[in-house]
Design a protein around this ligand. Sequence first.
Ligand code: NAP
Length: 320
Amino acid sequence: MEHVEVAIIGSGPAGLTAAIYSARANLKPVVIEGMQAGGQLTTTTDVENFPGFPEGVMGPDLMQRFRAQAERFGARFIRGDVQRLDLESKPIRVVFEDGELTCDALILSTGATPRMPGLPNEKELVGHGLSTCATCDGFFYRDQEIAVVGGGDSALEEATFLTKFASTVHLLHRRDELRGSKIMQDRALSNEKIQVHWNTVVSEILADEQGSVRGVTLKDTQTGDQRELAIHGLFIAIGHVPNTSLVKGQVDLDENGYIALPKSGTATNVPGVFACGDVADHVYRQAITAAGTGCQAAIDAERWLESQAATAESSASNPK
Ligand code: NAP
């Protein structure tokens, strides 16, 4: 079975940055890409907030550049998903679709998946008026009417942020009480540009002839009444699901289900296992922050491998 020093699971900004850094440290990393190679950015169109691209860059193009940079320094890529991990075995065992390998250090960068309401045309409309990231796409809706779905901190934060651009932000919440924190509620509810629609769910997203969002059909959860609302953009902010199914029961998770990390650094509770990007971050969730923690994870893994080698060397030269 092949053995490598560093294996990386996931190929979004975090995993690919970890690959660039560990390849340049001559650790010859192997990246198991996952079914959605490139991660969440491959489902977006224009990325205008990634530093270094003053004209903006398309999400898939940006991820292709990350990958090419990692390949240039010798990172190798395996297509498909990891099926099983054995973190207790030393070396760590990684089983994927077409085989398996062992590694000394493992970097988990499996990301998070935005929770979606499950409407029939939602997949096609992502990037065409339907978004899961206000920070990324809010700018495109200057002086337009838009809506945000959700009642938690993310929805309140996104709705408040979007008032910088939009003429009106309709906040669509399925209950008559918000879930978000008091301070975020106060901020959103006192904002004149935010109009809250209580007990309201989206029953249909309406698209124009070009295939872009033109409105939504709303349903009152109490009366069942339906009505149309014309909007140009719909932001879904009903939470994210961290992709932790591979490591559940093997690595400590925090109270939100994300991989638990110390205040500083990327080491999980399992020696030799590091985590970066959205799978360990429910707060920032940006490509640039994911890339930053990917860099940290590679440096942490490199230092950990060095410390292991130093320990092995000293016990070889000082046998008991
Ligand atoms: P969340 O707290 O789980 O809230 C999700 C919201 O979406 C809830 O209001 C929920 O409604 C609604 N929802 C869920 N599924 C839905 C569906 N299928 N259709 C319609 N509505 C649906 O998620 P979050 O807001 O992303 O926050 C996650 C965590 O991150 C929280 O701990 C939050 O405090 C934290 N966070 C913090 C900050 C900050 O401090 N700056 C910012 C963002 C997030 P119900 O209320 O009816 O369940």
